[in-house]
Design a protein around this ligand. Structure first.
Ligand SMILES: [Fe+2]
Length: 189
């Protein structure tokens, strides 16, 4: 949690974002019958999902506009950097699935390894949906937060391409059955 807090300072993300994605990832993992120490692993991985960004230079991490191709090459190293950082810590060796694989996509077009389908660890397939949900329902300097319903549509559109279809189904069920888990919609201006 200390490392996650250090990253929040550097990339202007917030402790609240990290806490939300970690809690929601646990909820969705439970829906897949995951329990016990496996949930501990998943919580640690979710908390540290972007820790590899500690190795990305400030001018890229904090850039306001879109990244250039060269800058993207560096940004896309963050999952591999996470492996370097965490593999030296014994009790985090088994928490690498999410930091390493959260940008992989179901259809194989993700990074860093272009894994396809169930080659991607289940924890990372679950986290990928949660990370997009939280990001798009949050304000950014260049855009306002999108309402819950719109983001559910966006995620449904990624079913079978970006996301594991079974994870999308389970996420839709979770949000349908537990309205308290939904983000509050932005107040229209
Ligand atoms: Fe990331």
């Amino acid at each position: 949690m200390g490392w996650a807090a250090a990253l929040d300072v550097r990339d202007h993300s917030t402790a609240a974002h990290t806490a939300r994605v970690t809690d929601l990832t646990e909820q969705l993992a439970r829906a897949f019958g995951i329990h016990g120490h496996e949930l501990v692993r998943i919580r640690r991985g979710a908390t540290l999902h972007d820790i590899g960004k500690m190795g990305v230079p400030d001018e890229i991490l904090r850039k306001d506009g879109p990244l250039t191709d060269d800058e993207w090459v560096l940004m896309r190293q963050h999952p591999d950097l996470a492996v370097q950082f965490l593999s030296g810590v014994n009790y985090l060796n088994d928490a690498l699935d999410i930091p390493w694989c959260h940008h992989e996509k179901w259809d194989g077009t993700g990074y860093p390894r272009g894994l396809v389908g169930t080659e991607i660890p289940l924890a990372a397939r679950i986290f990928a949906v949660i990370d997009v949900y939280d990001a798009v329902t949050s304000d950014r300097p260049y855009r306002r937060a999108h309402p819950h319903a719109d983001v559910m549509t966006l995620i449904h559109d990624g079913r079978g391409t970006h996301f594991d279809p079974e994870v999308v189904d389970a996420f839709e069920r979770l949000m349908y059955e537990n309205p308290a888990l939904r983000r509050t919609d932005p107040v229209p201006r």
